[in-house]
Unconditional design. Structure first.
Length: 339
């Protein structure tokens, strides 16, 4: 792909790409991919035929992003909104320190960390996600702690499915405390599964992203994929399984100890939670907080933390989380002043 400096504009670059088919995928439906690069990098991109003209002070940065996306397409990989966001947020930020302008290999070094499943390939989109994914692959017990929308549970399920497919584990067990988020739902009619399904829906959603529907249904019937409330874990020894505890901030101290001691031979555990969303009754200590204090420094256990900058949902989610965090700080400062 050729790159030339536009003669009439000192801050404009022109790129030309040879493959028409790949160019269509690079531009995206109705120019959506280019629009995303424009927004995230802070440039203006004009598309004509196989040429892109980039205007703006960050034109060189946008050039490297577009070249990397095109190289991804040449390698047979998909380019979508998530891939663009991840490339800019992870690879560009990761390599920007010390990388020289125009050095494509240094700016986007090496193959990306990928988790392959039956339906899709998952790639971390931030540095924190990358470290968390690596920890899940390497450690037998991993904690992922941070705000909503940072991919804690999603990534853990992807790694679990990947290890199940390769035969490293025989079962996937997903659990979470059946705690209502501030609403009293009352008595729920139906069978046991029908009663707990509303609490487990986020876990179903993640599994459906990585396993075909019919296969998932069969695996559940065979008990090779289990989704159950945390209370159902008591008395079990979970061997040769990948076990995920979601919404761990709503586990009590006793429940957390009970769960952690279920770990059996050949198993791995992932515990995910958000300390800012505890739904336990007032005065009841979160087992996640206790686990952080008690287990920190224990060899073989990995603690991984996320912030609002790691949110990969709608951009407004990160702003909402940041606003609430600032308000918490303000309220705490006001409380201390009143003392």
């Amino acid at each position: 792909m050729a790159s030339i400096l536009a003669p009439d504009d000192s801050i404009a670059l022109q790129l030309e790409f040879p493959d028409n088919r790949l160019m269509i995928d690079l531009v995206g439906p109705h120019g959506a991919h280019l629009a995303q690069v424009e927004q995230l990098v802070g440039v203006q991109i004009v598309h004509r035929g196989n040429a892109l003209t980039i205007h703006g002070e960050a034109a060189a940065e946008a050039e490297r992003v577009l070249n990397a996306l095109y190289a991804r397409l040449e390698a047979g990989k998909q380019v979508d909104m998530g891939a663009i966001d991840g490339l800019i947020r992870l690879r560009f930020d990761e390599a920007s320190d010390g990388a020289q302008q125009g050095d494509q290999e240094e700016m986007f070094p090496g193959p990306a960390l990928e988790i392959r499943t039956r339906k899709k390939t998952m790639e971390p989109r931030t540095e924190a996600q990358k470290a968390y994914t690596q920890a899940l692959l390497e450690h037998e017990l991993t904690f992922g702690i941070g705000p909503a929308g940072t991919g804690k549970t999603y990534i853990a399920v992807a790694v679990a499915v990947s290890k199940f497919i390769t035969g490293e584990v025989d079962r996937i067990i997903l659990t979470r405390p059946a705690v209502e988020a501030g609403e009293k739902l009352g008595f729920l009619p139906g069978t046991q599964d029908e009663k707990v399904d509303p609490y487990m829906q986020p876990l179903y959603d993640a599994l459906n992203d990585f396993l075909p529907g019919k296969q998932l249904q069969k695996l559940r019937e065979e008990k090779r994929v289990e989704i159950a409330p945390l209370a159902f874990m008591r008395g079990r020894t979970l061997s040769n399984a990948f076990v995920i505890l979601d919404e761990a901030q709503n586990a009590t101290t006793m429940q957390m100890k009970m769960f952690l001691t279920r770990l059996g031979q050949g198993s791995r555990m992932a515990i995910t939670g958000d300390r800012s969303q505890v739904d336990l009754p007032r005065g009841v200590q979160s087992g996640l907080r206790d686990a952080e204090e008690i287990l920190r420094g224990v060899e073989g256990i990995s603690f991984n933390y996320f912030t609002a900058t790691d949110v990969v949902r709608h951009p407004l989610v990160a702003k909402i989380i940041t606003a609430y965090e600032k308000d918490d700080v303000r309220r705490e400062a006001a409380r201390l002043e009143r003392r």
